[in-house]
Design a protein around this ligand. Sequence first.
Ligand SMILES: [Zn+2]
Length: 485
Amino acid sequence: MGVANLGGHFGTVTTKPVQEYTPGLMESYDATVYIGSTYYGDEIPDAIPEDFYLDTLLSERPVTWVGENIWNMANSVSLQEFAYRYGWDPTSSFYDVDGSVGQITKVNYKGQELTRKIPAGQDPGVLHPHITPGGDNATVTELAQAVDTAGGAEKNSPWAIRSGNLTYVGEIPFTYVSESDRVIAFQDLLFDALAPDTAEQHRAMVRLEDITPLSDTTSLRAIADYLKSKNIAYGINVIPVYSDPKGVQNNGVPRTVRLSQRPALVNTLKYMLSNGAVLMDHGYTHQYGNVDNPYNGLTADDFEFFRAHVDATDTVVYDGPAAEDSAEWAQERVTAALAEFARVSLPTPKLWTTPHYAASATDYKVFAQNFAARMERPLYFSGTLSGTPTDSSRYLGQFFPYPVTDVYGTKVLPENLGSYEPEAHNNNPPRLAADLINNAKANLAVRDGFASFYYHPYQPVEPLKETVEGILALGYTFVSPESLI
Ligand SMILES: [Zn+2]
């Protein structure tokens, strides 16, 4: 799913278990990516058809091989043939060197130092390809380097290599990712296979988050005037109904406030829209019923489309879709949100961001029916590719450096830097302007990528200025989220 979503930036993606490969199939596609997530060896018989090995060897079309089983290909097509075409020997390439996978903490790619932070005991390592010297006609290009920092002295080995039609990546790069992660190298390498003529450009986006009917108009205007002074277009993510069913911000008295009851705020939003902002819908109430989900029932604090609780270690745990989750239920909430915007003569938003980035597969499809695109980090549930009922307890959370059409068939715009958060919460460390700027720098490795972040307008304007100006100094150009739909 992770690769298919990224591939959805470039065109239509077909996914299949490798067992279903039929001879010649790769000639019908621009490129093939094989994900070696299951090790075939010892007592597990090789499930890869011999035709897949042979076609990879004989095809001129690009094949990207990620992770396990490349040695099985070498054995299948003969090691001599493999080494002749590709210039390396997978059968003598290992994850372990001197009995240990080491501590690969960085991946260097196109001048950027990308991070690789795997918790202790969880690291399966990176394959160290054994490049065979001389004699053959194959030239092996090192695309990215893994840096092992165990014991202080840095040791480099190839992280990704290319020879002939074969790009090999020594690990599946979707685990334990962060905003400066080595997955960025993989995101960029796909251009070589799928859009090699892409020109280098670096765009940035910013959106203001969690604007409610009770948001302070003075701070909104200050931010609007700053962004206007820099000629920056931006998104404004509005929650049209503020709900506080327990009165946690109102002396214990429950309170609901609608946009239509706050004309001064509506005027401020219209002022922003006439000065470079684009309206986005950030849910209906951004909370769930009158229960703690997970905090206090308050708009912008709680989840709306997914259930969650905080566990004994102060970590937010996802519990799954709401009990009444269905396409009808999600549509009712979207319809109610759109009606609030219409009631105060705001334009119909074309963009959506799911509250707290969590909803069911059913909900995501409903959002796609109502909006041109979502700007967010979605959840992708097990079962989506096979078409079996999705398992809401097994999912991949993913963020993107460029717009994609994802495995739900819906368009997602990038948000890959996160937000300015001066204080730690729920075991997430603070994220300061410098962190966002460093992450934007790492993303310069994506040849046609974005630096996209969001900002809470209740924060002072100064860190926003610092972030925006840091990103501009890296060479990014801010564009409106609307320019991508
Ligand atoms: Zn929010």
